[in-house]
Design a protein around this ligand. Structure first.
Ligand SMILES: [Zn+2]
Length: 205
């Protein structure tokens, strides 16, 4: 039963979150409960440098129009991003399959032997994504929970975050502070020195 719920939570949270904190939690859960069965390889296309047109050589001119060449400052051999292979560990957990990035291999190396996935894996975010993520945060790592306050508090997907924010910050929480600000008496305007009209007699000349 625990596995069933946890795998459901992880599946939905996975469609929503891609933060470092979440990946750490995902890793922990998959290591403990998931069943590793094979690898996949993801191919991420590189990006050529636009500054030097992918040549890696910067062409400049001195003030007396003499041409010179230099290494491009913005890239490595014309590559802004090197194409890479990312090896993903594939886990079975409950009825879902999960991919966990394991290590990346530069493209010059021989292609790792495994089924190939081109580009990024798209997750269609589901309705329960945010809620599932918050429950996992509540269970495993609360550092990212309750940092802010969602204005649309009536939406159930923000409840856990907002309640946690209220319970941990209490009087310092954002809605309480906002109400306090509203009812705070504004100080009355007082001129710094009372105004004294001067007569001609007072003038020093
Ligand atoms: Zn360049």
């Amino acid at each position: 039963m625990k596995k069933l719920i946890l795998s459901w939570l992880l599946f939905h949270a996975n469609t929503y979150s891609s933060s470092k904190c979440f990946y750490a939690i995902k890793n922990k859960i998959l290591e403990k409960y998931g069943r590793y069965f094979s690898d996949d390889v993801q191919f991420l296309e590189g990006k050529k440098c636009r500054c030097c047109g992918g040549s890696g050589i910067y062409v400049g001119y001195t003030w007396y129009s003499k041409r010179y060449e230099d290494c491009c400052r913005y890239c490595i051999d014309g590559w802004y991003h090197l194409p890479t292979y990312v090896i993903l560990k594939k886990y079975q957990f409950g009825k879902y399959t999960f991919h966990q990035p394991y290590k990346s291999v530069p493209f010059k190396n021989p292609i790792p032997h495994a089924p190939l996935i081109e580009g990024y894996i798209e997750h269609k975010s589901t309705k329960y994504g945010s809620l599932a993520k918050d429950i996992l945060y509540l269970l495993y790592d609360r550092t990212e929970l309750g940092r802010g306050w969602y204005l649309k508090w009536y939406n159930p997907k923000y409840w856990i975050n907002n309640l946690y924010h209220l319970f941990t910050r209490r009087l310092n929480s954002i809605p309480v502070r906002r109400v306090r600000e509203k009812f705070k008496k504004k100080p009355e305007y007082k001129p710094l020195q009372p105004y004294t009209p001067c007569n001609d007699d007072d003038l020093p000349f």
